[in-house]
Design a protein around this ligand. Structure first.
Ligand code: NAX
Length: 327
């Protein structure tokens, strides 16, 4: 198609935005199809965002059909086909968990309502801003006219981290790793699953053959990678988060690879005993803008307890935001 895909990015003047916008504009998501960017920021960040737009101009990207910026969600989201909700309120000093949920609740209720009102009929919404699963739940609950299946939270960065760790351990190239799954919450309780993953077509847990590494090195390394990046870099993962945001959106819109699946946090209808109505990460295949959960995987006791622990955390977050009247 030569009609530009209209893509909204929130928090566009932030760290992730600084990497994401240039990759979007260069065609990493849409290939040859032109893209129009709609960038939302809070008022005090608009001047910095103008600077980023100057740099976008200076790249002279042939596929960038237009850029619009603003601080009003209804204006910025008007007619968008894809909304990447990256901007969120980070936890500040002395902030309680409920303060954090409340601050983000205010952002994601408003943005959910705005999308409900003005987005294109085919809109897809990907939430990167943390707490991503619960922010997606809040936006979804405030957009009653948009099908619930159009909302997803990002666990693709965790998925990609898990692929990279498994490749390093086995000496296989990342292209040999398939069927990786992140279950649950994008938090330290997430469960990266090697029992269904494959290395060159062979079961990954068997290929590794080291339950101690799987339990005590692999899982915590993937789950705590965000903290390790902060420790090393002095700020949180940004380029890798932008890259994963694009991977997730690209597969959602254009389809996942044959004989493979990806991890996406999507609304549960009770699959794998995950409580209905929470937004939890699952193995999914995607095609033509729709996802479907891979069903029928055998879940052993070890995986069961890990999935139960991470989904219990999501249920707790849901109860907290319900208590705050956000959903
Ligand atoms: P930054 O603090 O650099 O940027 C966030 C931007 O959002 C700021 O420019 C801020 O002005 C803007 N913003 C705040 N409220 C807004 C609103 N109501 N409307 C529009 N813009 C608003 O954070 P950055 O490093 O870019 O990270 C963004 C979010 O991604 C954070 O919540 C972060 O925790 C989360 N992450 C999620 C990851 C994931 O895998 N799901 C991984 C990376 C990252 O930690």
């Amino acid at each position: 198609s030569t009609t530009p895909l209209k893509v909204a990015v929130t928090g566009a003047a932030g760290q992730i935005g600084y990497s994401l916008l240039f990759r979007l504009a260069s065609g990493a998501l849409t290939g040859g199809r032109p893209i129009e960017l709609r960038l939302l920021e809070i008022t005090p960040a608009l001047k910095a965002l103008e600077g980023v737009v100057m740099e976008l101009d200076d790249c002279a990207f042939p596929g960038l059909a237009g850029v619009q910026i603003g601080d009003d969600a209804e204006t910025v989201f008007d007619g968008v086909n894809l909304a990447l909700l990256v901007g969120a309120r980070p936890r500040g000093p002395g902030m309680e968990r409920s303060d954090l949920l409340e601050a983000n609740g205010a952002i994601f209720t408003a943005q959910g309502k705005a999308l409900n009102k003005v987005a294109a009929d085919d809109v897809r919404i990907g939430v990167t801003g943390n707490p991503a699963n619960t922010n997606a739940l809040i936006a979804m609950s405030n957009a009653p006219d948009i099908p619930a299946e159009r909302f997803s939270a990002l666990t693709r960065l965790d998925h990609n981290r898990a692929i990279s760790q498994l490749a390093a351990k086995t000496g296989a190239p990342v292209t040999d790793i398939s069927r990786m799954t992140i279950w649950g919450n994008h938090s330290a309780t997430q469960y990266p699953d090697l029992f269904h993953a494959q290395v060159a077509g062979k079961n990954a847990a068997e290929a590794v053959g080291d339950q101690d590494w799987l339990e005590n090195t692999f899982i915590p390394t993937v789950a705590k990678r965000g903290a390790a990046i902060i420790e090393a870099r002095g700020s949180s993962s940004a380029a890798s988060a932008a890259s994963a945001t694009i991977d997730a959106a690209r597969d959602w819109l254009y389809g996942s690879a044959e004989d493979d699946w990806v991890s996406m946090a999507v609304v549960s209808r009770g699959e794998y005993g995950v409580p209905e109505g929470i937004i939890s990460s699952f193995p999914v295949t995607t095609k033509d803008g729709d996802w479907s959960i891979v069903e029928g995987l055998e879940i052993d006791d070890f995986s069961r307890s890990k999935i139960d622990a991470t989904t219990a955390e999501l249920v707790e977050e849901k109860e907290a935001v319900t208590g705050l009247g956000l959903i």
